[in-house]
Every structure is written in C-alpha cells, then in structure tokens.
Design a protein around this ligand. Structure first.
Ligand SMILES: NC(=O)c1ccc[n+]([C@@H]2O[C@H](COP(=O)([O-])OP(=O)(O)OC[C@H]3O[C@@H](n4cnc5c(N)ncnc54)[C@H](O)[C@@H]3O)[C@@H](O)[C@H]2O)c1
Length: 293
C-alpha cells in the first residue's frame, strides 16, 4: 500500500480483507505487520477483525513504531471525522525489532520517535532522561548501542504500564503526556505542519509549564525538558494561534472524560500525575507563554 496516514483507513482495510478472502487465508494464519506505525495499526486492525480475529506479529521499522505503536495492543484505522476512531485491542504474538532498519529512516521521522522516547524519561525514569541528555549526538548519529538502549528501555516502560492497565482505565493514560495539546495542535494545523512526535514535543513543554504554574513542578525541570527537545531538533513552540481556539480543540480530544480535559502533568522528571481540573486561566497563560513569536 502507499505510504501515508490517509491510507490507514477502512477503505484500505476493506481491500486487505478482499485479498485475504481471495487467497483463502484461514484462521491459523499470522499477519506480519512490516513497516511504520501506520502499517502496524492497520495490519493489526485487519488481524483483529478478519474472521473474528487472527494472530499477528509486529515488525516495526520506524523509531516511533519501535518504541511506541507496536507495543501495547492498540490497533485501528482513521475515520474521515477523526483519527484512530475505529479500533480494537489485540496484543501481537511478538514484536521483532531490528534497529538497523532505522539506517534508512528520514531524520525528521527519527526525531519524531525521539519525542516519544523523551516522554518515557519524563513520565517514568529520571536516569533514562539523564542518559538521553548525555547521548544526544550518539542518538542522532544512530549509534547502534545508544539506539538499542533507548528502544529497549522505552519498550520496557511502555510494556510495564500496559501490563498494569491494558484498557486504559487509569494508569495507561500517563502515556498520553504531551498528547492533549499535541492533538489540538495537529487538528489546528490540519496534520500538515508537525509530525505527531513534533506535536507531542510541543505538548510536553506546555504540560510542564502548566505543572509549574500550578506549583507542582519546579522551574529547573521545565527548562531541562525544553532544552533536551531543542537539542534533538524538535520544536518547542505552539503555532501562532488564538489560545481560545486551541483550548476548544483540547475540549474535543477523544480522551476528555465527561467533558473534562485531562492533563498528564509532571511533578518531577520521572513522575507524572493525571489532573482533570486545570483552571482555564492557567491553561490560557501556559499556551500564551508557549506561542511562537
Ligand atoms: N497503536 C498505538 O499505540 C500508536 C501509538 C502511537 C502512534 N500510533 C500511530 O502510528 C502512526 C505513525 O507511525 P510512524 O510515525 O511510524 O509513521 P508511518 O508509518 O507513516 O511511517 C513514516 C514514514 O516512514 C516510512 N518508513 C517506514 N520505515 C522506514 C524505514 N525503515 N526506512 C525509511 N522509511 C521508512 C514510511 O513509509 C512513512 O513514509 C500514526 O498513524 C499513529 O496514529 C499508534
């Protein structure tokens, strides 16, 4: 199939069902998802629904897919009215990662995956965050040892969280650090200006600023998070926009609970809390402080 988020659709899934039926693929088959997150989500969704569910394995080839989307069992496709609106939970039989596949990945895609790696440091592991701070060059150079380490540690953290809360009753939501703002930014810019990882990077800075304004987080970690993202070449500013517009886009986030926007806010590097009642004026100020000039 052609590359691109827009092909992660029910239409492509329908074509794949047709191929499977014509080839008389039976319930003993295993679907292998070889590619980035788009392929993993789509192939996993087809596996979850074909003949009421067959097995699948993930062979992720982008950093984002290796550290995030291939682990955890969320599979799905987009609907014209919203991203990832149709989906299922299906754990793969295994996730097989060859870090050398990253040798051909575009630098911008690599950086996009790095944003999610930084996220794991902030939400769960300050030592890992320190490792990232001291290995920026090696990681951007795709040094095999550094890259293998960040993939392994990211997968461990994600797997540990998902094992405890597969269906996102509560704890799994910490993986959404940076994502409330990211979704608003992606919608505002029609998915054209930022990659998902870039939007998450900006979102992590906004969330850190909110936490600081609420007295939950000191100024120094806000600076460290922002600085690390900058050193990786990731954007840390929101697009020029009316804060009110971004706030209303946050309200329509899929993860809003009973109309309350949920933020994942750091309390230090290595720990976060879920906060449902961020006052509007605090949010507005954090957005204003983060706008690009
Ligand atoms: N299921 C989950 O838990 C979860 C979590 C995060 C993101 N996602 C989903 O993941 C998707 C994004 O994934 P992505 O960032 O991997 O994007 P992607 O799958 O679109 O891949 C990005 C680009 O890299 C190319 N590519 C893939 N592997 C390559 C390689 N080894 N060398 C050169 N080019 C390569 C692809 O063809 C594509 O053009 C989104 O649809 C998002 O919703 C899912």
């Amino acid at each position: 199939m052609p590359a691109g988020e827009r092909y992660k659709s029910l239409q492509t899934a329908g074509r794949l069902y047709g191929d499977l039926i014509q080839r008389k693929v039976d319930r003993k088959a295993v679907i292998v998802a070889l590619g980035g997150g788009v392929i993993g989500d789509l192939a996993g969704f087809v596996a979850a629904t074909y003949e009421r569910g067959i097995r699948f394995a993930q062979v992720p080839t982008t950093l984002l897919a290796q550290v995030d989307s291939s682990v955890g069992g969320k599979v799905g496709v987009n609907h014209p009215l919203g991203k990832n609106m149709i989906g299922a939970f299906l754990q793969p039989q295994g996730v097989f990662i060859d870090p050398r596949t990253l040798d051909t990945l575009a630098l911008r895609e690599l950086r996009s995956g790095i944003a999610e790696v930084v996220k794991y440091g902030v939400i769960a592991d300050s030592d890992f965050f320190g490792f990232l701070e001291s290995h920026v060059d090696e990681i951007l150079r795709r040094d095999p040892l550094a890259i293998t380490h960040i993939i392994r540690r990211s997968c461990q953290i994600k797997a540990r969280v998902v094992e405890q809360d597969e269906r996102e009753a509560n704890l799994r939501a910490i993986l959404n650090y940076g994502h409330t703002t990211a979704h608003a930014v992606e919608t505002y810019t029609a998915y054209e200006r930022y990659t998902h990882g870039e939007a998450v990077g900006v979102g992590m800075v906004v969330a850190a600023r909110i936490a600081h304004a609420l007295g939950m987080l000191k100024a120094e970690p806000v600076h460290r998070i922002t600085r690390l993202l900058e050193r990786f070449g990731l954007p840390t500013h929101l697009p020029k926009a009316d804060p009110g517009v971004l706030m209303s886009l946050m309200d329509t986030d899929k993860k809003a609970v009973a109309g309350q926007v949920r933020f994942v806010l750091p309390t230090r590097i290595g720990d976060v809390q879920l906060v449902d009642n961020v006052p509007k004026d605090v949010l507005r100020r954090a957005i204003k402080e983060s706008l690009e000039l």
